[in-house]
Design a protein around this ligand. Structure first.
Ligand SMILES: CC(C)(COP(=O)(O)OP(=O)(O)OC[C@H]1O[C@@H](n2cnc3c(N)ncnc32)[C@H](O)[C@@H]1OP(=O)(O)O)[C@@H](O)C(=O)NCCC(=O)NCCS
Length: 165
């Protein structure tokens, strides 16, 4: 399937997408405890911000989710793009959607230390590495970097102005 130029914008995850997401998890994270359907259902039930990007045929090309966190911080829980759709800007569009959803909060995430593509994406969106978690991923035992994107001052200003009006 060629997907160049055929990805729609990120839109809310629907329950009927979950089966495709669990299949993608098996492909994208085979050695790092891929998420089950129950885990995605729990995220939906919690009202957390989850989005998907679909092809024109309606197939899920990518997905991403943000935990609710608190007033000051949120966490990227997951982000993945179907292998034959990678390299077309889907991952960046999904990440930018999460950044917008986080508003004026700082955003944390964990990434495998050998995941150069994901780290390049995060760095280009102003995430910086603040820590190392040894053997964070299981059962692979792979290490993770913790990265953070500082609270967006401009989003904070916009938010404050919205509250004043
Ligand atoms: C990481 C991932 C989500 C990126 O999604 P994508 O749609 O392929 O990425 P994009 O096309 O939007 O590219 C955005 C940036 O990512 C980086 N990137 C993407 N693929 C890359 C590669 N193969 N090598 C190096 N950098 C890469 C680049 O900085 C790129 O920006 P550029 O196009 O201006 O150079 C995707 O590769 C993926 O699903 N990987 C497997 C699952 C995964 O590792 N998820 C992250 C867990 S923390």
């Amino acid at each position: 399937m060629s997907v160049q130029g055929r990805a729609g914008p990120p839109e809310p995850l629907q329950w009927w997408d979950i089966e495709q997401l669990t299949e993608l998890e098996q492909v994208l994270f085979p050695t790092d405890s891929p998420w089950s359907a129950a885990m995605f259902w729990a995220e939906l039930a919690a009202g957390n911000h989850y989005v998907v990007t679909r092809s024109v045929e309606g197939n899920v090309l990518g997905y991403a989710g943000l935990s609710g966190g608190n007033d000051e911080q949120a966490e990227v829980q997951t982000i993945g793009v179907r292998p034959n759709a990678q390299g077309n800007g889907v991952g960046r569009a999904l990440l930018r959607n999460l950044i917008a959803a986080a508003g004026d909060r700082a955003i944390f995430l964990d990434v495998r230390t050998d995941n150069a593509a994901a780290m390049a994406l995060y760095s280009s969106e102003r995430f910086t590495t603040i820590g190392l978690r040894r053997h964070y991923y299981q059962p692979s035992g792979a290490d993770a970097f913790t990265m953070v994107r500082a609270a967006d001052e401009r989003a904070g200003t916009a938010h404050a102005m919205e509250e004043m009006t």
